[in-house]
Design a protein. Structure first.
Length: 228
């Protein structure tokens, strides 16, 4: 599905954020991108989301070189991807229902479909009774559930999550990971950048470890190394 071929990203002509990355992610995989803060995880996420372009190399999505996508076509590419971030990025003046609906409205989904789909997805993330609540009435875990609902409601092929448990306590993080696991079981590719050692060790999924912009470990099923 995704393939990085000799990808490097240099900022301000001197800082090498990612260095000669070669990585292939196949449909339906659950992949953890791990490493210390500043290792290059978020840069890889930005490259996948087409928020940044590589300085060198090629990124393929289903065989298409996304580094060549024209600006006007980026939104079409991103419809295949759902995003979940550490800081939730909810719209504060919209209810839970409206936040999720907004993700559907911007791609032109009919009101009939929106009314049908949102109760289903809110039930899936355990928020069926929170549809009329506003973000400031929710806990951190509930806000992240809304963010997940918004990410999956358009049924993307891939979910990309950047430190989604970073602001959550241990028990809430485990509940969020249960939701991600169920989403992945339905066939959605899931790519998660994280430094949450316990989550990675518990899940035993594919782990791609990054250090100083380079991949130093890529294992099919495992956890964090003891040391970086």
């Amino acid at each position: 599905m995704f393939e990085f071929i000799d990808v490097s990203k240099i900022y301000k002509k001197e800082f090498l954020a990612v260095n000669n990355i070669n990585l292939k992610i196949t449909p339906g995989e659950f992949v953890f991108l791990v490493g210390r803060s500043g290792a290059g995880k978020s840069t890889l996420v930005k490259l996948l989301l087409k928020e940044e372009n590589p300085t060198m190399g090629t990124i393929l999505y289903k065989g298409e070189n996304i580094t060549k996508i024209r600006r006007r076509n980026i939104s079409g590419y991103r419809r295949n991807i759902g995003f979940v971030f550490q800081d939730f990025r909810l719209l504060p003046k919209m209810t839970v229902y409206e936040n999720v609906a907004f993700a559907m409205e911007i791609i032109g989904t009919s009101n009939k479909t929106i009314r049908r789909e949102i109760p289903t997805v809110l039930s899936m993330v355990g928020l069926a009774d929170k549809a009329k609540s506003y973000p400031d009435e929710l806990s951190g875990g509930e806000k992240q559930r809304v963010a997940i609902a918004r990410a999956v409601v358009n049924r993307p092929e891939t979910i990309i999550a950047d430190e989604p448990t970073g602001n959550l306590d241990h028990d809430t993080s485990l509940e969020i990971m249960k939701i991600f696991t169920e989403i992945n079981k339905r066939g959605t590719t899931l790519i998660m950048a994280t430094h949450d050692r316990e989550i990675v060790n518990r899940m035993q999924k594919r782990v791609v470890e990054i250090k100083k912009g380079s991949i130093i470990r890529d294992i099919k099923s495992g956890g964090y190394q003891n040391e970086f």
